[in-house]
Design a protein around this ligand. Structure first.
Ligand SMILES: Nc1ncnc2c1ncn2[C@@H]1O[C@H](COP(=O)(O)OP(=O)(O)OP(=O)(O)O)[C@@H](O)[C@H]1O
Ligand SMILES: [Mg+2]
Length: 486
């Protein structure tokens, strides 16, 4: 392990260059182009499918054979008028004629701005109608340069479908009995031409789609990377021992679920470390107890024997005997002290034996010989939570010891002492109640140290609270509440 370079000590991790290098390898460059391309391709595919199906319908509806009858009919009704009208009015009439004949087959079915509909085709000069009289006169509707393929085909009075690189032309020509010729032409765009032609403010639809796709991809990616970065920062904090740090991603997607599991893992690790620390402390206490028992306590025992022998040897000398008696008395006290220390150090701890066992032993030891019967009720959730929080168990145990000692000292005519541990959501309640005479008055309660200590211990618990009150059956009740997230 020690051979591995620690990330904090790598020289390149500091400064802008490191940030740049890190950015170069970031997830951004993997996901952004993919999202962008996917978005563009999806749009292109959908648009192409729509255009191709529309294209088939238009080829059928705009076939010269289909348009000729309608054009002929329109020409028959308006031809006499058309020859007499001035040029400008004649053009307007041709526009009306085009609308009458072509608006229905070229109805804008998709309703979008890039369609090959009648209105858009007329606006973009992809629709033209020409009327020619025998004397060379006539008029024309539909702007566009003369080298425009549409205008060329119309001038040639052709008939049929002409394929172009950016789509196709439908040109229909009909002749009127008075020698007039009417030609109508439409330029239908291919899917690619539709999106690359400039539309709004001279910008092509393809550019719009590209920009929108790019912005959407960037925004989505930034949001994703921000969440990953938050998890990354928490992981860094954990690596450096700050296990209290949490990612706190409240979302419901897979990433949130994963980071929530990481948070739970951190909670579990903190609990495990606390239990291990408590066990290690208990082990150290046991070791001290064993060492004291096998060394100091045995030497004190031997000292006692030797002093007893010395006193026997100097029985005739009164002052020596007095000194030996005093030394023996001190040795006896030393043995007693050592016995007490060894017993306390060797007593099983909560981490080793569990809250319930240590509590039961402690309460029974205190109430032994009294008329008070203890009853202990701990919900399984309460016990499970305490097993993961040894410092909380220790405080609750100490509160219980003082409370039971008070019951023994102050609760008159008491026969029962109930200790209850309950849980409701993240709220935990620790209740110690007796059926004695209860609290006489508020001033007596402030006298001793026991209640002050219990209050301090309760306040040290997460969101801890303490209350001392008289219960419904008259006895005193100690109520400690605190909150814990499992
Ligand atoms: N279970 C109880 N029943 C009746 N009175 C109680 C009970 N518990 C505490 N009291 C009252 O509250 C007072 C304060 O208790 P506290 O434990 O602080 O002091 P203490 O027991 O008198 O002394 P110390 O605990 O410092 O040795 C008690 O003197 C007693 O009057
Ligand atoms: Mg007390």
């Amino acid at each position: 392990m020690s051979d591995l370079p620690h990330p904090r000590h790598r020289p390149w991790t500091d400064g802008a260059l490191a940030a740049l290098l890190q950015w170069r390898h970031s997830l951004f460059w993997t996901i952004a182009p993919a999202m962008f391309l996917t978005s563009c391709l999806t749009w292109l595919t959908l648009d192409s499918i729509a255009t191709m199906s529309e294209d088939g319908r238009l080829r059928d509806a705009l076939a010269p054979a289909r348009l000729q009858p309608a054009l002929r009919q329109a020409l028959q009704t308006s031809a006499p008028l058309l020859t007499t009208l001035p040029q400008a009015l004649c053009t307007d009439m041709l526009e009306l004629l085009a609308e009458r004949v072509l608006a229905t087959p070229m109805a804008d079915r998709t309703g979008d701005i890039n369609s090959n509909g009648f209105v858009r085709a007329a606006q973009e000069g992809r629709l033209a109608v020409s009327l020619r009289a025998q004397d060379g006169g006539g008029c024309r509707f539909g702007p566009g340069p003369l080298n425009n393929p549409l205008q060329q085909q119309i001038s040639a009075a052709a008939n049929g479908i002409v394929e172009l690189p950016d789509g196709w032309l439908s040109v229909t020509t009909v002749a009127a009995p008075n020698g007039m010729t009417l030609t109508a032409g439409v330029h239908i765009l291919s899917p690619w031409a539709k999106i690359t032609r400039p539309r709004l403010f001279g910008i092509s639809l393809a550019s719009f789609i590209l920009c929108i796709s790019l912005v959407v991809a960037l925004v989505l990616l930034m949001l994703l990377i921000r969440r990953i970065e938050r998890a990354n920062r928490a992981a860094d904090a954990w690596t450096h021992g700050h296990l209290e740090k949490r990612i706190n991603d409240q979302g419901k997607d897979e990433l949130s679920r994963l980071t929530q599991k990481f948070d739970l893992m951190a909670d579990a690790t903190v609990g495990l470390i606390k239990v291990k620390q408590a066990l290690a402390a208990a082990e150290e206490r046991n070791r001290l107890a064993r060492d004291l028992h096998d060394t100091a306590k045995q030497r004190a025992f031997a000292l006692n024997l030797q002093l007893t022998a010395l006193r026997e040897m100097h029985q005739g000398d009164a002052s020596s005997a007095r000194l030996a008696d005093a030394a023996l008395s001190l040795t006896y006290q030393l043995q007693q002290d050592l016995t007490g220390i060894v017993r306390r150090l060797a007593a099983p701890t909560i981490a080793e034996s569990g809250f319930r066992t240590v509590l039961t032993e402690g309460v029974e030891a205190l109430l032994a010989g009294s008329r008070i019967t203890p009853s202990i009720t701990l919900s399984s959730e309460f016990e499970a939570a305490l097993s993961a929080a040894p410092e909380v168990s220790q405080q609750l145990f100490m509160i219980a010891m003082e409370a039971v000692a008070n019951v023994l000292k102050h609760a008159q005519a008491c026969t029962n002492c109930r200790l209850e541990g309950m849980q409701d959501g993240d709220l935990y309640t620790w209740r110690i109640a007796d059926n004695g005479a209860g609290l006489a008055n508020a001033s007596s309660v402030t006298k001793g140290m026991g209640i002050a200590n219990m209050k301090l211990r309760a306040a040290s618990l997460p969101d801890g609270d303490f209350a001392l009150l008289n219960g419904d059956d008259g006895g005193a009740v100690i109520l400690v509440t605190f909150r814990m997230m499992l």
